[in-house]
Design a protein around this ligand. Structure first.
Ligand code: BT5
Length: 271
């Protein structure tokens, strides 16, 4: 299915307070995160959504590429201005990860879970030797001035209607909603569900609630042996816990604990 997305299709009947009330749509753009950043710098309010049918320079973390065939996916960025100090900004990303995970679950009936830091996996079942399938990823980029954050752009890419195997450069552990469902899904209603669910979590965060426990409860890699690529080399250990600000606490074989922050780390299950 190559359905169409438009600003109207997203805003009609959305009924949110501020998330996605204003939508900036592109048929093709470099990266929605870059546009959102420019808008935020120009004073655009919290909640504005930038969404594209195709990205020519879609990014993951650490300058990795995010690939998606035209009109196959959700490629969007939200401008958030959370009342959080810079070390706490991952809490805003938690709201987006929770919103995406729960909405994908509700809209598809698939077993969506999170993988630290912010991937959404579908039908993960290591015990059945079924590889974890990454169907969505999040890229959060903050503008920090002194000791406060001006805004954070949270970019979300969701693989919806294409076969992950058919796209060169997408790794074998990736999946899509249509791969798992066996049919395609209209994208605009899915986008609306994601935006509504993100808002319900984000509003709670703004009221001072902590989303940590709900977020941690959806993480598949907790308590498992993992291998982490860090800026100082590889760390191997057991993913013992995640702290209030989303950092992973890894127990090394020698008993020491190391704290890993999302921005710099890639994580793999030990096989
Ligand atoms: C992420 O990075 O998972 C964050 C992806 C964020 C993409 C959105 S789309 C809208 C917004 N605008 C942007 O420019 N970006 C955001 P990371 O954890 O670093 O994962 C990146 C890695 O995932 C790549 O190195 C590939 O190996 C793999 N990858 C690329 N495309 C993929 C896809 N469609 N599905 C699954 N994995 C993919």
């Amino acid at each position: 299915m190559q359905d169409s997305i438009s600003a109207d299709a997203i805003t009609q009947g959305l009924n949110t307070q501020f998330i996605g009330r204003r939508v900036v749509y592109y048929a093709t753009i470099g990266s929605t995160n870059d546009v959102a950043k420019q808008l935020a710098d120009a004073g655009e309010p919290e909640g504005t959504l930038v969404i594209a049918d195709e990205q020519t320079a879609g990014r993951g973390r650490m300058a990795r590429a995010w690939l998606a065939p035209a009109r196959s996916s959700l490629l969007l960025s939200l401008i958030l201005r959370p009342p959080l100090a810079p070390p706490q900004l991952p809490r805003a990303t938690m709201a987006v990860a929770l919103g995406a995970c729960d909405a994908i679950r509700a809209e598809t009936g698939l077993d969506a879970q999170l993988k630290w830091p912010n991937d959404v996996l579908l039908n993960d079942n290591p015990r059945k030797n079924r590889g974890a399938g990454k169907c969505a990823g999040i890229l959060a980029e903050a503008n920090i001035v002194g000791d406060r954050s001006e805004y954070v752009i949270v970019g979300l890419g969701v693989n919806v209607n294409f076969s992950a195997r058919s796209v060169e450069g997408i790794p074998p552990d990736a999946t899509t909603i249509s791969d798992e469902l066996g049919r395609s899904l209209p994208r605009a209603p899915l986008a609306q569900a994601i935006l509504r669910t993100i808002e319900s979590y984000y509003v709670r965060l703004k009221r001072g609630e902590n989303l940590h426990d709900e977020w941690a409860a959806r993480l598949v890699t907790l308590h498992e042996s993992v291998r982490a690529q860090t800026p100082w080399g590889e760390e191997i250990g057991v993913a013992e816990n995640v702290d209030e600000d989303g950092a992973l606490l890894l127990r090394r074989a020698d008993g020491t604990l190391v704290r890993l922050v999302a921005a710099d780390v890639t994580l793999k299950r030990e096989t």
